[in-house]
Design a protein around this ligand. Structure first.
Ligand code: ZN
Length: 240
């Protein structure tokens, strides 16, 4: 009995030894591989010091049902337009970081806070090229929903629909819709047409799902201040 358990112990020990040795060997291999790569690609390393030798980190904006061929370069330029400041913290920082990841998608979404009138914004992206979104729950919520859905592989149509149904009923200017929303209604992918669907009709009491927490939030508010921010009047004046 004793010798049997000893044998087991011996077997177990040798098994662990083998595992330990193979792990060491694998470890050595990886190290030497990394070293070779590093020496061979010194020039490449200069341009990309942080990623050389390490495995590719997943960029949330990469996996897209959203990006079309040729859209990558556009996205880089759009992303550079998104504001980022060191004093952005918490939800504000998360929202602006998300906008930087998915600027091309943000450009295909409509912001229901009323900034189409107050600031002449034409898409959700405009809310992120200036500090407009800092004070606006709608802008922050919309980009967070888009970011999360995009990461899960949702299509542009699905994301537009989710945002339109969540914030659409709270759009403040249904009685006199702006040119921007009329254009958006015509072009949107899930229900292109001249106006809102019956699910978007004004309903101030309809609770809004807060994508940060996943819970419904009755306190969510569009921005309170009206202003002429960078995505608005200045831009349209320049293009005139
Ligand atoms: Zn807005």
């Amino acid at each position: 009995m004793l010798s049997f358990s000893r044998q087991i112990l011996k077997f177990a020990t040798s098994k662990w030894l083998i595992i330990a040795i193979s792990l060491l060997v694998v470890g050595c291999n990886t190290t030497s591989k990394t070293e070779t790569t590093t020496t061979n690609t010194e020039t490449a390393e200069k341009t990309q010091p942080t990623t050389a030798g390490s495995e590719k980190t997943e960029q949330p904006g990469d996996k897209t049902a959203v990006e079309l061929p040729g859209e990558k370069t556009d996205s880089k330029e759009l992303s550079a337009k998104v504001l980022m400041r060191p004093d952005f913290i918490g939800r504000v920082k998360m929202a602006y970081m998300s906008a930087k990841e998915i600027p091309a998608l943000a450009q295909k979404l409509f912001c229901y806070c009323g900034c189409d009138y107050t600031d002449e914004h034409t898409s959700l992206l405009d809310c992120y090229t200036c500090d407009h979104s800092v004070d606006c729950d709608y802008c922050k919520g919309e980009i967070m929903m888009a970011f999360k859905m995009n990461r899960k592989g949702a299509s542009v149509a699905e994301i537009q629909k989710a945002i339109d149904l969540n914030w659409g009923p709270h759009y403040p200017f249904y009685e006199q819709p702006s040119d921007a929303i009329k254009k958006y209604w015509k072009k949107r992918l899930w229900a292109p047409g001249a106006g809102p669907t019956k699910f978007e009709h004004p309903n101030e009491t309809k609770p809004i799902i807060d994508p940060f927490t996943g819970t419904s939030d009755s306190k969510s508010k569009p921005m309170s201040k009206k202003g002429d921010c960078c995505g608005g009047k200045k831009k349209s004046k320049e293009s005139k």
